[in-house]
Design a protein. Structure first.
Length: 247
């Protein structure tokens, strides 16, 4: 594994073309510079809240109001922040090369940064879901989802978020996309949470994995990995400009 900073010199750049298939896996770190807390950094969200009280099906049945308040607070924050260069440059890349974004984030900053067809593994904060019929989805108007907001079948709406212990239905398309990728860019994720982190094992042999994250990481379990120890807004911009220049 090579530690890269600015001379992002990846041999496979030579084979890159506008027909290449690039997949991006992003995590909370890509939104950190927009002002959204990550989960496991020092001041992370899980320092402030007990996961089991706000992000599990048991929490929902035990203390619905606390769960609604937790996500309402995050939705209120989300409405007050903007995408950063990392989101925007990935959208630029998508305009020139077949690029599929898979995110663990429930924020909509990729979309607001201009990306299309974003695959949300863990759901979407600005959507609500019927608690009796998973196919019934609704946009949350504003920042509040309240007790008494009901679906058309009369059941309470819940955040459209994958809670700990729940299935991750989007893993099926995500695994297929990664297995067909020519290039995998991983941005701002501690790779602590499975099955999402397991996607790095699904790349075909020899496909380069570029990990963008300022922190020290043990990536030895993955092959053909390049670690750019830089924050996302700077490193994604440099990587995308370098990739576009090599087309
Ligand atoms: N640029 C790039 N990376 C950053 C930046 C930044 N500016 N700031 C922090 N990071 C990195 C951290 O070093 C860390 O490795 O982002 C990563 C954030 O890791 P986590 O907080 O664990 O977030 P994530 O990996 O997205 O968590 C995965 O866990 O709690 C669940 O469902 C939740 O989707 C989430 C999942």
């Amino acid at each position: 594994m090579d530690e890269l900073n600015y001379n992002i010199d990846i041999p496979e750049f030579g084979k890159l073309s506008s027909h290449s298939s690039i997949v991006v896996l992003s995590g909370a770190g890509i939104s950190q510079e927009s002002g959204i807390k990550t989960f496991r950094d020092n001041d992370g969200l899980w320092e402030e809240y007990n996961v089991n009280e706000v992000a599990t099906p048991e929490a929902w049945s035990k203390n619905r109001d606390l769960v609604l308040r937790f996500y309402n607070e995050r939705r209120r924050q989300l409405l007050a922040v903007e995408p950063n260069d990392a989101h925007r440059y990935l959208a630029k890349l998508q305009n020139h090369v077949n690029t599929q974004i898979i995110t663990q984030n429930i924020d909509d900053l990729h979309e607001r940064g201009g990306s299309r067809n974003v695959l949300h593994l863990h759901g979407e904060l600005r959507k609500a879901r019927s608690s009796v019929d998973d196919t019934l989805l609704y946009d949350v108007e504003g920042w509040e989802l309240k007790d008494g907001d009901l679906c058309e079948k009369g059941s309470q709406l819940r955040p459209h978020v994958v809670w700990f212990g729940e299935m991750v239905p989007m893993m099926i398309p995500a695994t297929r996309l990664v297995s067909e990728a020519d290039f995998l860019i991983v941005v701002g994720t501690s790779l602590n949470v499975y099955p999402a982190a397991g996607l790095l094992f699904d790349v075909s042999k020899g496909v380069p994995i570029v990990v963008i994250d300022p922190s020290e990481m043990d990536l030895s379990r993955f092959s053909n990995v390049y670690h750019i120890r830089e924050k996302a807004s700077v490193a994604v911009k440099n990587l995308v400009l370098k990739m576009l220049a090599s087309l």
